[in-house]
Design a protein around this ligand. Sequence first.
Ligand SMILES: C[S@@+](CC[C@H](N)C(=O)[O-])C[C@H]1O[C@@H](n2cnc3c(N)ncnc32)[C@H](O)[C@@H]1O
Length: 256
Amino acid sequence: MAEVRPYYSEKGLTATFYDLTTAMDPSLAGDIDIYRSLVPPEGSVLELGVGTGRVAFALAESGLSVTGIDLAPTMLVQARAKLAAADPRVAARLTFLQGDMAALNVAGIYDAVICPYFGLAHLPAGTAWRNVFAGVAKRLKLGGLWAFHLPSAERMAQAPATPPDRPVFQAPLDASGRQLSIFIHARSAKPGVGRFDQIVDHVVMGPKGQVERRARERISYYAADPAPYALAAGLVLDRPAIDLGGVGAIHVFRRD
Ligand SMILES: C[S@@+](CC[C@H](N)C(=O)[O-])C[C@H]1O[C@@H](n2cnc3c(N)ncnc32)[C@H](O)[C@@H]1O
């Protein structure tokens, strides 16, 4: 039986193919423009769960300074490889640090703190979210914005079961015919406590359909109403949540 590893783990494939899969994910369309619109020109951003820098590089290319923190070394390795190859003017505006968003240990005060693509949903609501919001409030300028993308609990609870042998994603990896397929091996929902679990298989197939690599990883998402956490951290609602692809929304709070 295939070993089940945590998402983003060293021997998994989620991190390896993260940029490929997110580039083709319609539920993220337009998210970077939304984060960019929340920050003044040449402003400063702290990104929690920065991953491979999908958002951070785009913001830095627009002239913003971005400090990104992430827990997963596999994701930071990719961010730092891209940093080494980036235009030096863009690279100078980017800092990547390893750290836990629930125990924020970064310096500086920022125009915005962002947590794109379900980063916050990787942590259980409750103490961890309280710690994230309290840490964020300390790092925001007066008037600064805290924007985070959460999945819709309703949509996750209603997600149709996908047969484990039908890929939910397929893409060519090179011109020789190698391809990546992703399957949902198992999915379960505990909507009462806002928890959703998935076991995901990444399979790399060679030109003749032979399996070259396979990795099985598990991920849990947590969903909850963020308003009480914001209130406890002294943050106020800045605007109604911004729907993204019907499967989630970007929530925006402000430090007054
Ligand atoms: C879905 S990725 C989002 C990456 C990037 N922000 C983007 O939008 O493409 C979520 C990231 O959150 C990171 N993460 C999960 N828990 C974390 C924690 N407690 N502290 C910091 N980062 C965390 C993961 O390692 C992963 O890189």
